[in-house]
Write a protein that binds this ligand. Structure first.
Ligand SMILES: Cc1cc2nc3c(=O)[nH]c(=O)nc-3n(C[C@H](O)[C@H](O)[C@H](O)COP(=O)(O)OP(=O)(O)OC[C@H]3O[C@@H](n4cnc5c(N)ncnc54)[C@H](O)[C@@H]3O)c2cc1C
Length: 378
């Protein structure tokens, strides 16, 4: 693929867009399909999102080398790998996890093209996908979109929202010494930020009308993870954290160099540091957005194979995968679908997918996601 070389490259069976855990994982599963042709393309480097994480955030899902006993490291994207073993840590930093992704890519010799953004995806007369990049065009019979969500931060539509900053920006994590900070949103990223800032001497107020810190349940997609709760208990022992559970932010103004958040309980919260939105992400579908229908909640509508309902051959891998109330937003959840997508693409193309059985016996392939809503009894 090069502007100076006009010879078109052969059409591949599957092109994966995005080299985060969802894309590299999907490519690893595709590699298990005999003779299939595939590749991965990323606008940045392998694990780019993790390299862009702020330096204070760590994984909240623990890594541990339980693979030999059928308990695959929760953050692994291939049954024979373990971030805990490679990185010798249980809660990796973004930089460390990006290193794991690069090592896995190297070990399994995955064909990955870096620094090449996909700008558009369309169909040609042969019903193949045409993938347009700044460096030329590629064609593929199937596309797996694994573009993540980090580049689509969700900012609430309140007056003065332009004065706040989203928690995805490193600057949000770096107030001047001993600052007061208002954090809007109290689920994982809000509490992560509150714990990090209080441990560094700052004073934090978290606003969230749903009081997520009080909700207990066995699905960490809906409640705080044990690690975050543990850190929260430590932060609450300082006198620098206030959790406000009866109010949402209704506006932000700037007055005399101070940011003023007005809340629905009538209180105002005044700080020198811009208020921080820890309000999550939208799905980032980039150049394939027009090829997906949306659910009522705005997330992409998928069939039971994680495929677009309006564009056959276009699959979704990663945290945006949702089926009814099931959110596959963690690696240990969305990795269960890598083998499934590879199996669907492989069998439709007439390839032998027998080797994918290894993913199933390792417990890394759930075919029917409707069975995943079990709660723990204690
Ligand atoms: C702060 C934070 C902490 C998290 N902590 C955890 C955790 O502890 N455990 C856990 O399991 N999950 C965690 N998650 C959730 C989830 O696992 C991560 O969001 C994960 O990065 C998702 O993987 P992905 O491969 O889908 O996306 P990403 O890792 O974001 O990868 C997407 C890739 O697509 C590329 N890309 C995007 N658009 C294009 C384009 N047009 N052309 C080419 N390439 C493109 C990007 O450069 C990027 O490399 C966390 C999420 C966040 C935001």
């Amino acid at each position: 693929m090069s502007e100076s070389n006009p010879t078109p490259l052969p059409t591949v069976d599957a092109l994966v867009i995005g080299a985060g855990p969802a894309g590299i994982g999907a490519a690893l599963a595709l590699q298990s399909v005999d003779s299939i042709t595939y590749g991965v393309i990323d606008r940045g480097g392998i694990g780019q999102t993790y390299m862009d994480w702020n330096p204070w955030t760590r994984f909240l899902t623990p890594s541990f080398t339980g693979n030999a006993f059928g308990a695959i490291d929760l953050n692994a994207i291939h049954p024979e790998t373990s971030p805990a073993l490679l990185l010798q840590t249980d809660y990796p930093s973004g930089e460390a996890y990006a290193h794991y992704l690069r090592k896995v890519t190297e070990l399994f010799k995955l064909p990955v093209v870096e620094d090449t953004a996909v700008e558009a995806v369309s169909l040609n007369d042969n019903n193949e996908f045409v993938i347009t990049t700044a460096r030329g065009e590629l064609t593929a019979n199937n596309v797996v979109w694994a573009g993540g969500e980090f580049s689509s931060p969700n900012t609430p539509e309140i007056p003065g929202a332009e004065h706040g900053i989203h928690s995805s920006q490193a600057q949000a994590w770096e107030p001047a010494e001993q600052s007061e900070v208002t954090v809007i949103g109290g689920y994982e990223s809000g509490i992560d930020m509150a714990c990090s800032l209080t441990s560094r001497g700052h004073t934090v107020t978290v606003l969230d009308p749903k009081s997520p810190w009080e909700v207990v349940g066995s699905d960490p997609s809906l409640t705080l993870s044990p690690r975050t709760r543990q850190r929260l208990r430590i932060a609450q022992k300082t006198d620098r954290l206030t959790l406000v559970g009866d109010a949402s932010a209704t506006s932000i103004t700037v007055d005399g160099g101070q940011y003023v958040v007005t809340a629905s309980n009538g209180n105002t919260y005044q700080t020198q540091h811009p208020p921080v939105f820890a309000t999550g992400y939208h799905p980032h579908l980039g150049p394939v957005a027009h090829m997906f229908e949306s659910r009522d909640d705005g997330w992409p509508l998928l069939n039971s194979d994680d495929e677009s309902t309006i564009q056959p051959g276009l699959f979704l891998s990663g945290p945006a995968v949702r089926h009814k109330n099931l959110h596959l937003c963690f690696i240990y959840k969305f990795r269960q679908r890598f083998a499934h997508i590879a199996h669907v693409i492989g069998t439709r193309g007439g390839y032998d997918t027998t080797a994918l059985k290894a993913w199933k016996s390792a417990g890394m392939w759930v075919e029917d996601v409707s069975c995943c809503d079990k709660s723990c009894v204690c």
